[in-house]
Design a protein around this ligand. Structure first.
Ligand code: SF4
Length: 208
């Protein structure tokens, strides 16, 4: 099979990096986790802190067996698939292989592409720069909105109306604006208690 075909079937994927660390944000904050960061993103957030991930062609294309073989070397059995925008790929084969090896599978996605894969936890972080695909709203376990601008509170509420009723709601200050927005988020959450606060604790711990 040609490489393009293997990628289209989700059997080989561009891997930007993979590392074992502590999940710093969202519901699984504090959990040891193996991160698989896939290359490629067409969302274009102005404040993106992994802009080098955008170009998929820059990264090695690896068979999913090889990606999973690295993951099993570490003792933790929580895996977070992130990017880039991981839903640019069919994540079905990768997630079933991870599950076969006993992993709990989490994804961090902007939801900008059709949903795929077998995930135990879907963290949906919509971005203003590319509209989410409708398939994400019913599967999202967590709506995590990054606050970079005052208008992001209204943006967050707009998406909260669309997600399923079990979806947890979180607001997270964008790192470079956290001095300004953390107090506003604290206040917002106190008066809109369906929202919880997510902080990028890995940045405080100075870990990836
Ligand atoms: S979706 Fe994620 S990787 Fe893509 S531009 Fe936005 S922050 Fe960066």
């Amino acid at each position: 099979m040609k490489t393009e075909e293997l990628i289209a079937k989700g059997l080989s994927l561009p891997l930007m990096e993979a590392f074992y660390t502590i999940q710093g944000e969202g519901r699984f904050t504090g959990h040891p986790a193996y991160f698989i960061r896939l290359g490629g993103c067409d969302v274009g957030c102005v404040w993106c802190d992994v802009k080098e991930s955008w170009e998929a062609g820059k990264w090695p294309i690896l068979p999913i067996e090889e990606i999973v073989a690295e993951a099993v070397k570490y003792p933790g059995r929580l895996v977070v698939i992130t990017g880039g925008e991981p839903l640019m790929y069919d994540l079905g084969p990768l997630t079933s292989l991870l599950k076969e090896k006993g992993f709990t599978t989490n994804i961090e996605t902007s939801g900008a592409h059709p949903f795929s894969g077998d995930f135990d936890w879907v963290c949906f972080s919509p971005k203003k720069f590319k509209k989410p695909h409708p398939s994400i709203y019913k599967v999202a376990n967590e709506l995590k909105v990054v606050v970079f601008h005052n208008s992001d509170f209204a943006f967050a509420e707009e998406h909260a109306l669309k997600v399923n009723e079990n979806c947890e709601l979180r607001l997270q200050p964008e790192w470079s604006k956290s001095e300004k927005f953390t107090p506003l988020i604290i206040n917002y959450s106190k008066y809109h208690p369906n929202w919880k606060i997510s902080l990028q604790t890995h940045k405080f711990m100075d870990i990836p």
